[in-house]
Design a protein around this ligand. Sequence first.
Ligand SMILES: C[S@@+](CC[C@H](N)C(=O)[O-])C[C@H]1O[C@@H](n2cnc3c(N)ncnc32)[C@H](O)[C@@H]1O
Length: 217
Amino acid sequence: MTGKRTIRSFVTRKGRISPAQSNALQQYLTEFALPLEKLALVSHQFPNNQPLTLEIGFGMGDSLLEMLLISPNRNFLGLEVHEAGIGHLINEAKRAEVTNLKVIKCDAVEVLEKSSASVFDRIQVFFPDPWHKKKHHKRRLISDYFMDLVHRALLPKGIFHVATDWQPYADQMDQLFQLDKRFQRCLIPSRPETKYERRGLSLGHKVTDISLTKMDS
Ligand SMILES: C[S@@+](CC[C@H](N)C(=O)[O-])C[C@H]1O[C@@H](n2cnc3c(N)ncnc32)[C@H](O)[C@@H]1O
């Protein structure tokens, strides 16, 4: 692995949590949370041993919930650092009685560093924080080091899917991916529209999806 990052792609803020989200965290977190110590055995934490998707930064989780419902034959591990989003997602997941979801409240970089190799069939990052200002570009999640971690955690032929509405970030990723011969471009899997995406579209932004498959080595 090259150039380990120490700068985080998010800032921890004490966001407002609604009573419903707070209640969900108290009542359902033990059911849905995957403790980091059990990450090595992630596949055993679901009722069925189905292909596993990792979603990084699910925000409020509405689009992840849609995926859970339309793909009962897949398991999903969702990562988010903000509690309001986790509370919202597990509240809806409980209501919908889904059994194919686990969540971790943790920095994705740390989770990927602790993950076993070759476990995820898909890793998806929808609308990572764009960090518009030049002085903040170092905070962008998608980097050489992040792609080392993605490569290690993906199964051979596994898919990495990223979407952004910020063209300069899309261009940066494009350049990074062109140089990375461990992956090949592949057909973009369908996905639901996300909350952040709707905001971007309303501002007239163009959305770019990129999908890569991990080559056999
Ligand atoms: C711009 S929002 C997009 C949310 C959602 N995917 C959507 O499209 O509506 C980016 C999200 O990624 C989360 N995030 C940023 N860096 C992260 C990291 N290193 N690990 C986990 N989540 C992270 C943020 O908390 C935020 O909720």
